[in-house]
Design a binder for this molecule. Sequence first.
Ligand SMILES: Cc1cc2nc3c(=O)[nH]c(=O)nc-3n(C[C@H](O)[C@H](O)[C@H](O)COP(=O)(O)OP(=O)(O)OC[C@H]3O[C@@H](n4cnc5c(N)ncnc54)[C@H](O)[C@@H]3O)c2cc1C
Length: 284
Amino acid sequence: MIPAAFDYVRASSLAQAIDLLRDDPDGAKLLAGGHTLLPALKLRLASPELLIDIGGIAELKGIEISESSVRIGALTTHAELFASEPLYGELPIFRQAACLIADPQVRNRGTIGGSLANADPAADWPAVMVALRAEIEIAGSDGLRRVPAQDFFVDIFSTLLEPDEILASIHIPRPKAGTRFSYRKIRHPASGFAVVGIAVGVLLQQGVVADVSIGVTGAANHAFAGQHAADFLTGKSLSRDNIDQAAKLLSETNECLSDRYASAEYRANLIRIETTRGLLALSS
Ligand SMILES: Cc1cc2nc3c(=O)[nH]c(=O)nc-3n(C[C@H](O)[C@H](O)[C@H](O)COP(=O)(O)OP(=O)(O)OC[C@H]3O[C@@H](n4cnc5c(N)ncnc54)[C@H](O)[C@@H]3O)c2cc1C
């Protein structure tokens, strides 16, 4: 439980952190809230030569709401996302999801940027980001680039981030007026992580689905969008029959993970059930 020796630098700006990473992309690791990285260091699952502490970088903090979008700095903690009243006013799904993450100690330190960059297949924010059609802003030596959340997660603990890049912020286009969201998760009884987590957003106009987005976590190697189910529902009513068919379609789209706690078939069934529940909650 004692980490290997490492050097430590507390970066004071994004530019400094990028320079440090560029100098040693394989030997350096970023430290945000530390709630994944520190246990990994103690277990020697990671042994970086240099820890770059980004926790004091002002550019990576804050929640800003403009007319067209919401910007969330990578260092924003789960607790801050839970507590923000302006954010709750715009997108209550943040509060709904944040309070399902771990416990107060983890929520007070863990950051949304750390969670997304870490890409744990059972983490909660990835599904929410996919359903919100968020864009991930990435900073590197060549400047900034943005990628849609649904393309950002590529495999277990793997994203589009290059070794010398930093996840800087998340940008969420403000949904059309009347769009409502839901996040539901079945927690693993030991870890609290999602065995399956489903985020859905629905805009109903005159009883018909004008827009729908679905993000799934926990079920597969990485979070994914339920595009087939969304395409099926668009233009239809949210009747029980249509919801059941969409949920079934979604449960069939991806190969699910299988482990000692939950088989692939069990996870697929949870996708079906939680999607049904999420859509039913938004149907009236
Ligand atoms: C007991 C426990 C229970 C948990 N339960 C849940 C749960 O139920 N649901 C859930 O979703 N999560 C859960 N988590 C994870 C937690 O919520 C944190 O989000 C997670 O630990 C990562 O965030 P962090 O800020 O602590 O990142 P760190 O641990 O500091 O970093 C994690 C990784 O991401 C990299 N990194 C960090 N920030 C950036 C960045 N801005 N750009 C690029 N790379 C970066 C680091 O180099 C490191 O590799 C749990 C954690 C613990 C310890």
